[in-house]
Design a protein around this ligand. Structure first.
Ligand SMILES: Nc1ncnc2c1ncn2[C@@H]1O[C@H](COP(=O)(O)OP(=O)(O)OP(=O)(O)O)[C@@H](O)[C@H]1O
Ligand SMILES: [Mg+2]
Length: 278
């Protein structure tokens, strides 16, 4: 595999009681500040963002530093390598891909001049929109199956410089659709039309189907999400095999039960030459 990995990040487990005490305000912008001529703009409530753990959308939340640090590392890698597209992957379901995609996307879009597009490329279980409380009429699946303009499905979730290409519905033909000529044309257009924009792809679990494997030529690098206590060494080994031809930007240990004290900062400050010992 191509060893792009030189760091490991950790995202703590946000238990319900911790989420309860989070800030009441959102970091969404007044609509008047956002000029999206063709893109639908929606806003959600702080309660929804809080309940769904969209922490980066809450002002002054004590946990946002986790995503700020991740953003810094991701931006550095993207810029160093002149990459603009990143897939968020995991071995199995529920590791937190969509949670991390949503929070990282807001964190990246908070950078001045940095525009971000999130593509929900999980055609089996699309749920990025849920993290933003979006009311989705049509999604990527509709775009691939019907003759509708892309602009009709894009949504700005109330954060400046952030646009979501949401998913809706379910298909059993997801691998075929993700590698279809229409999808390839779409991704090329998205990537090259605005090359300074970062595109985050939320993808299906690596071990559940060959969707991500087939979709790989469309992204520059991947971030592997590992779920603390759930993802096994065997899962990680198999995921790394699947990602052999991919630039693996790093691994994020999600839902970490470790106290966010010394170990957390140690994990950030000490680059690891190899991925976790698998
Ligand atoms: N750090 C965290 N702390 C607590 N709960 C979390 C954390 N990350 C994710 N979760 C929760 O775990 C569940 C699964 O997260 P999510 O939907 O993001 O996973 P996923 O990898 O996208 O799953 P799928 O493969 O089914 O799309 C959600 O209820 C989410 O809110
Ligand atoms: Mg998901």
């Amino acid at each position: 595999m191509k060893y792009g990995i030189d760091w490991l990040s950790m995202c703590k487990n946000f238990d319900a009681d911790q989420v309860e005490i989070m800030s009441q305000e959102t970091d969404q912008q007044p609509l008047s500040l956002i000029q999206y001529t063709h893109t639908k703009v929606t806003r959600t409530t702080p309660d929804i963002l809080r309940q769904r753990r969209t922490i980066m959308g809450l002002k002054n939340d004590p946990h946002i530093d986790i995503f700020r640090q991740l953003r810094t590392k991701v931006l550095k890698k993207l810029r160093e390598n002149k990459w603009n597209s990143l897939a968020i992957t995991s071995a199995s379901a529920d590791a937190g891909k969509s949670f991390l995609t949503a929070n990282l996307a807001i964190a990246l879009a908070m950078e001045v001049n940095q525009t971000v597009l999130v593509v929900d490329a999980d055609l089996r279980n699309p749920n990025v929109g849920w993290y933003f409380g979006l009311d989705i009429e049509k999604g990527l699946l509709d775009y691939l199956n019907e003759d509708i303009p892309l602009s009709s499905i894009l949504i700005n979730p109330g954060f400046q410089r952030l646009v979501i290409l949401p998913g809706k519905g379910f298909t059993t033909h997801s691998s075929e659709l993700l590698s279809s000529p229409k999808m390839v044309t779409l991704v090329n257009e998205l990537k090259y039309k605005y090359d300074s924009r970062i595109i985050l792809f939320d993808t299906p679990p690596l071990l559940a189907s060959d969707d991500t494997l087939l979709f790989m030529p469309n992204f520059d690098a991947a971030l592997l999400i590992v779920e603390d206590g759930k993802t096994t060494a065997q899962d990680i080994r198999r995921s790394l095999q699947i990602l052999e031809e991919t630039e693996l930007m790093g691994i994020v240990l999600n839902k970490s039960r470790e106290r966010m004290g010394d170990a957390y900062y140690a994990a950030y400050s000490q680059p690891v030459a190899e991925p976790v010992d698998v």
